[in-house]
Design a protein around this ligand. Sequence first.
Ligand SMILES: NC(=O)C1=CN([C@@H]2O[C@H](COP(=O)(O)OP(=O)(O)OC[C@H]3O[C@@H](n4cnc5c(N)ncnc54)[C@H](O)[C@@H]3O)[C@@H](O)[C@H]2O)C=CC1
Ligand SMILES: O=C([O-])CC(=O)C(=O)O
Length: 269
Amino acid sequence: MNRPTIAVIGLGGIARGLLDALAGEACADVRNVVVRAGKEGEAAASLPSSIEPVGDIASLARDVDLVIEAAGQGAVAQYGADVLRSGRHFALVSAGALADDGLLRTLKEEAVRAGRRLHLISGAIGGLDALATARAAGAVEVRYTGIKPPRAWLGTPAEQACDLHALAAPAVVFEGSAREVARRYPQNANVAATVALAGAGLDATRVTLIADPAATRNGHRVEARGVLGEFRFDTQAEPSAANPKTSASTACSILAYLRGGPNALALQG
Ligand SMILES: NC(=O)C1=CN([C@@H]2O[C@H](COP(=O)(O)OP(=O)(O)OC[C@H]3O[C@@H](n4cnc5c(N)ncnc54)[C@H](O)[C@@H]3O)[C@@H](O)[C@H]2O)C=CC1
Ligand SMILES: O=C([O-])CC(=O)C(=O)O
């Protein structure tokens, strides 16, 4: 990838981490951040004058050629097709949005029509290359297990599965498919959808989520078994200082992508 001129959707933990990292980097020029309409002024106060906040895709600077989503699943649905229709590449991290087959189909069609790239950045997970290899050889069984401290599960359906404030031992808060977890845990389990899209698919990929009072990091485990054999990929990721639900590695995965790294699934292009 040549040095792109980019816009970032969102101005939360991941986006700010990325903008900070890019301030000392020559791998991309940031022109805009996309914030909720009406929040442009507030956002401008905390940004360098070289980055203009905008409230929609139509207001992006003309020379923006790549838009990075770092805001949430709703933002993929809200802006994705407009980004591609406007002739820009679109790269995202809120993979769970793609558990909506209709949205995924639309985004792929728009990317084909516009001749632009639709990329899913690896985010907090690794091992996507090995999953794709395993899948290429035939059927593959895949399990993703996410293990996070109780505070990372606050404000999610895990609150109904156990008492997160009084947990004395690890508790399973979700068991099911990657498609279902994408819907139920939109801020916590996008990686499950990423694993699924790289490997066995959203319905066949099994997911377990665990709240562990002894955990200080976010654990991500991918286990795959197929005709080629089996592998296991384990990550113990530092949580983001801004958002305990998110691993700090997510912002860096976008930076690595912008540097031309291989850490993205090409959904189209
Ligand atoms: N693939 C991966 O490995 C990971 C993906 N994620 C995804 O990234 C998202 C963002 O994570 P954080 O930065 O930690 O969250 P955050 O809560 O710190 O920030 C989200 C930001 O996006 C903004 N936002 C949300 N919807 C928007 C919209 N429709 N238009 C404009 N702005 C909007 C919010 O106002 C906020 O500024 C998560 O919700 C999750 O979907 C997060 C962690 C890992
Ligand atoms: O950053 C992480 O630990 C994973 C995450 O929140 C997600 O997949 O949405």
